[in-house]
Design a binder for this molecule. Structure first.
Ligand SMILES: *[C@@H]1O[C@H](CO)[C@@H](O)[C@H](O)[C@H]1NC(C)=O
Ligand SMILES: *[C@@H]1O[C@H](CO)[C@@H](O)[C@H](O)[C@H]1NC(C)=O
Length: 187
C-alpha cells in the first residue's frame, strides 16, 4: 500500500468525497470461523461494537489505514466519514473491537485497556480466483491472544473481541475462535 499523507489528511478532516482519492485504499473486514453462521460474514458496526448482527440492520464497517508510531502497525479510520478509529477497549484479558471517536484527535491517552494500532498482515498466496480472499489478516500484535466471536444479546448476534492469553488464560465456553481478514473495496 502506498501511503498518501495528503489524502489521509483530507479524509481525516472529512473533506474527502465519498469516492476515495485514487490511492487511498478502503477495506472491509470479514470473519473466518468454523461456526457456519459466522464464517465469511462481513463485519458491521452497531452501537460502537463490531460484529455480525442478524437482529438489526447494521452498516458495513469500512476503514482506511494511516501510519501508526511503529512502522509495522497502522491506525484504521472509519471510511468515508473518518471521525472514528478502530480500537480495542476493555479490561483484563477481554478487549472489545470497537469504533471510538478518534483518540488521536481527542487527545485521550492509551492505557492497558485502550489501544488503536493494528497490523495488516499480508499473506500469500492470495485466494484462488472466485473464492473469498482470506490471505490478508488483521492482527493485534502488542500482546499474546486471539480474536474471538462472542454471542451478543441472545438474538443470533456476535461481537468480535480480542482474548488475551497472557497470564492465567481461561477457556471460555462462549468464545468462538475467529480470524479477521481484510479486503480492499473496489468502487
Ligand atoms: C464491551 O462489549 C460488551 C458487549 O459484549 C458491552 O456490554 C461492554 O459495554 C463493552 N465494553 C466497553 C468498554 O466498550
Ligand atoms: C485506563 O484503564 C482504567 C482501568 O484499567 C480505566 O478505568 C480507564 O478508563 C482507562 N483510561 C482510558 C483513557 O481509557
Amino acid at each position: 500500500m502506498k501511503w498518501t499523507f495528503a489524502a489521509a489528511f483530507l479524509a481525516a478532516r472529512g473533506l474527502a468525497s465519498p469516492v476515495p482519492a485514487p490511492d487511498v485504499d478502503a477495506y472491509r473486514l470479514r470473519v473466518i470461523s468454523s461456526e457456519k453462521s459466522l464464517n465469511g460474514q462481513i463485519l458491521t458496526v452497531q452501537d460502537g461494537l463490531i460484529g455480525v448482527f442478524k437482529s438489526v440492520k447494521a452498516p458495513t464497517l469500512e476503514v482506511y489505514a494511516s501510519p501508526a508510531a511503529r512502522s509495522d502497525q497502522v491506525i484504521l479510520h472509519t471510511y468515508p466519514t473518518s471521525d472514528k478509529v478502530l480500537a480495542l477497549v476493555g479490561e483484563n484479558d477481554l478487549l472489545n473491537l470497537s469504533t471510538l471517536e478518534d483518540p488521536t484527535v481527542k487527545g485521550l491517552r492509551p492505557n492497558s485497556t485502550l489501544d488503536w494500532s493494528f497490523s495488516m498482515d499480508r499473506r500469500s498466496p492470495p485466494a484462488a480466483e472466485g473464492r473469498p480472499d482470506t490471505s490478508n489478516h488483521l492482527m493485534y500484535t502488542k500482546r499474546a491472544g486471539k480474536w474471538v466471536a462472542m454471542p451478543h444479546g441472545g438474538k443470533g448476534d456476535y461481537v468480535i473481541k480480542f482474548r488475551g492469553t497472557d497470564g492465567d488464560s481461561m477457556i471460555i465456553a462462549v468464545d468462538l475462535p475467529a480470524q479477521i481478514v481484510y479486503e480492499r473495496i473496489e468502487y
